[in-house]
Write a protein that binds this ligand. Structure first.
Ligand SMILES: [Fe+2]
Ligand SMILES: [Fe+2]
Length: 256
């Protein structure tokens, strides 16, 4: 069996520090083989920075995925091009720095991780459905994990059912709220609509509620401040059959 830990959107410094504090014990206690974390909000003030990426790698993450905030910081562009284990959604323009696919070599086997973005309320250049079809033609491993960074639950479910039996798991990110629907589809693909976040618990998506209320009630431009308080740690554990690549079990973790 192969055990993968998938960590939800890590929010700013409090999120990065929480990953650093909790990850070693979680990896040890669960015999984790590979750690994937969504890092699109890991930099202080949003996006991903060289500092936040290195912090997460040094804390025990193996692969960092992204989303609509991946390209917010120019300083990360070189790292997106050069580090094969930092992804941004593959279905944005190919003129953008980086890529959305990597193969992690574990010696005995390798695991492909694919990062895609949904089309509801988010800017993409091509359909995630067509994009993954093309990607799968060129992947030579039965272990494939998809981070589907998307807003709409229906779109996430649609991609998972579309890929049922073709990938090991489809894990949703972006909403920062963990859903209670971890399950295995008929043909062996694991699905979790959203894995949640690692970020300030007493907040709205990690942001100080005062800022969100001000924006909603006044429509004034408002800077979103990340709240420096106790964090929630949301993740999923995906167990894969070593022979078939199918999902044997998928469960969620939520610590606060
Ligand atoms: Fe996010
Ligand atoms: Fe996002």
């Amino acid at each position: 069996m192969i055990k993968i830990l998938f960590i939800g959107d890590v929010v700013s410094e409090p999120g990065c520090n929480t990953v650093r504090n909790l990850l070693p014990k979680i990896k040890r206690e669960n015999n984790i083989d590979l750690v994937i974390a969504n890092a699109e909000n890991s930099a202080k003030g949003n996006g991903i920075s060289v500092k936040s990426a290195n912090h997460l790698f040094e804390s025990g993450c193996d692969i960092l995925t992204g989303g609509n905030h991946s390209l917010k910081r120019r300083e990360i562009y070189n790292m997106l091009n050069e580090n094969e284990y930092i992804l941004r959604p593959h279905n944005i323009s190919r003129l953008c720095p980086g890529k959305g696919v990597c193969i992690y070599d574990k010696g005995e086997y390798s695991i492909a991780v694919v990062n895609l973005m949904g089309q509801t309320y988010l800017d993409t250049n091509s359909s995630p459905f067509e994009t993954i079809n093309n990607i799968l033609k060129n992947i030579n491993t039965k272990f494939v994990i998809v981070d589907f960074h998307a807003e709409a639950t229906g779109e996430k479910g649609a991609l998972a059912y579309y890929l049922d039996g073709k990938v090991s798991a489809v894990i949703g990110t972006h909403t920062h709220v963990q859903t209670n629907d971890a399950r295995i589809l008929e043909n062996g693909t694991g699905l979790l609509t959203d894995v949640g976040m690692v970020g300030p618990y007493d907040s709205i998506l990690g942001v100080d509620p005062k800022c969100i209320i001000r924006r909603i009630t006044t429509k004034m431009p408002t800077r979103f401040e990340v709240r420096d308080c106790k964090c929630i740690f949301n993740a999923a554990i995906i167990e894969l059959d070593k022979n078939t690549g199918k999902c044997l079990n998928i469960s969620t973790i939520s610590i606060n």
